[in-house]
Write a protein that binds this ligand. Structure first.
Ligand code: T4K
Length: 384
């Protein structure tokens, strides 16, 4: 069996879409001439308008990052007490609750979508519950209908974390219209980015007003109706966003093609499984996650992760460790492993492979060939 060559340059899990440099200089020149660098300038206003159109949402507020956006959303919705959420997410989701003095209550996830399991939410509701904070993990939409029914029945708010779900649609409906508020992250590792950045979509004017006030020190019309923070996006980053937005559809198309190739080439490797497209969903192909079954593959996820590094393939274990296993949350009663069997199983077996528009089909073929050869080698070693 021939040994595949390693990649000369590292293959990262993602790489940002970069706007054309000449266009970027031109954009910056305009900002230099205006001298308006921040504080809700024309670039931020234009970005918000364009995102409302692109995302198909009524109101959009641009902010300095997704984490601050979640924190502000909790304040805007006046959440109190306990919030039911998923442990299978990036730290920022849970931390945003803790930073608002809210208690995260972890609910287990679905084995197929990795999203919060709506059938397990109701038993976690107490008199202190004020909201549900689900995450559209890897851009796969949650069961928004069931979640809304539960929220309506118990008078709860729904705040979606759509950090991964830019441009995703469910039965033709934009992902940002569900729940009370939806958060998007525009970090450089996302399909659409403003280097750092994020924002909130909502359908109610009073919420948009509250968010806009909270991001700007809470000053309102100089009367300071509530204490705010500084979570504004600046003009240069908004300008970058406007340029990146022009390239997003092309980026998603490229990722779609590479995802199909991954699925085709990995489908017969023992012990490797992955999600397929979901009927009725317009995906954004933000991540390509596989699961590793050590009994069939011959190596566990952590061993494969390290082996791939030897070939210069730099994957990520999104999301390991689970938020419920962090030192700061593991003493919560809902964080117990017995409450979260699926999430613990998924977090121990999932690996996110490189996927971004600057990869080509040869790269994907080579990654899949390496994954196949590693499996064959580990089984041959076990036999001998
Ligand atoms: N909710 C969810 C569900 C989230 O996933 C996130 C963020 C948030 C909330 C919070 O949103 P933000 O406040 O971040 O807007 C990354 C990102 O930092 C984080 O934004 C993201 N989720 C998380 C899933 O991934 P790391 O620690 O994996 O990033 P890093 O630096 O290792 O980057 C991954 C790879 O990307 C690198 O190996 C190389 C490449 N890369 C990265 C950057 C930053 C580049 O090529 N260029 C770059 O500029 O966390």
């Amino acid at each position: 069996m021939s040994t595949p060559q390693y990649f000369i340059k590292p293959l990262y899990v993602t790489q940002p879409v970069l706007p054309d440099l000449k266009e970027t200089y031109k954009m910056i020149e305009g900002i230099w001439q205006s001298k308006q660098l921040s504080n809700n300038g024309p670039m931020v206003q234009q970005l918000e308008k364009e995102l409302e159109k692109f995302l198909g949402v009524k109101y959009f507020s641009a902010l300095c990052n997704g984490t601050a956006a979640l924190q502000i959303a909790c304040k805007a919705l006046k959440l109190t007490g306990e919030v039911i959420t998923t442990p299978f997410t990036f730290s920022a989701t849970t931390h945003s609750l803790a930073w608002n003095n809210l208690k995260p209550v972890f609910c287990d996830i679905e084995e197929d979508t990795f999203n919060i399991n709506p059938d397990l939410i109701e038993p976690l509701i107490t008199r202190k519950t004020s909201a549900i904070l689900p995450v559209h993990v890897f851009g796969n939409p949650c069961d928004v209908e069931k979640i809304q029914q539960i929220a309506d029945k118990h008078g709860l708010k729904v705040l979606y974390d759509a950090a991964h779900a830019f441009g995703v649609k469910l039965h033709g409906k934009p992902i940002g219209i569900f729940g009370d508020i939806t958060m998007f992250s525009f970090h450089a590792t996302k399909v659409f980015h403003t280097i750092e950045g994020g924002g909130l979509s909502c359908s109610q004017a009073y919420l948009k007003e509250r968010v806009d006030n909270l991001r700007n020190f809470g000053q309102g019309d100089a009367n300071y109706p509530e204490p705010g923070t500084n979570a504004k996006l600046n003009e240069v980053q908004a300008g970058i966003g406007l340029l990146v937005l022009k390239k997003v559809e092309e980026e998603i198309k490229k990722r779609n093609k590479l995802t199909s190739l991954y699925r085709q080439l990995l489908s017969d490797i023992p012990g490797i499984t992955f999600n397929r497209d979901i009927a009725g969903v317009t995906h954004n192909y933000s991540y390509f996650a596989i699961r590793v079954n050590p009994d069939e593959y011959g190596l566990n996820r952590d061993q494969l992760f390290l082996k791939l590094q030897e070939y210069n393939i730099i994957c990520r274990k999104y999301f390991f460790p689970l938020c419920s296993n962090f030192e700061c949350y593991r003493n919560l009663s809902s964080a117990s492993k017995s409450n979260l069997p699926v999430a613990n199983r998924v977090a121990d077996s999932v690996l996110t492979l490189p996927l971004h528009g600057s990869l080509n089909t040869t790269d994907i073929e080579k990654v899949c060939d390496i994954i196949r050869k590693i499996q064959q080698k580990s089984f041959n070693n076990k036999k001998n």
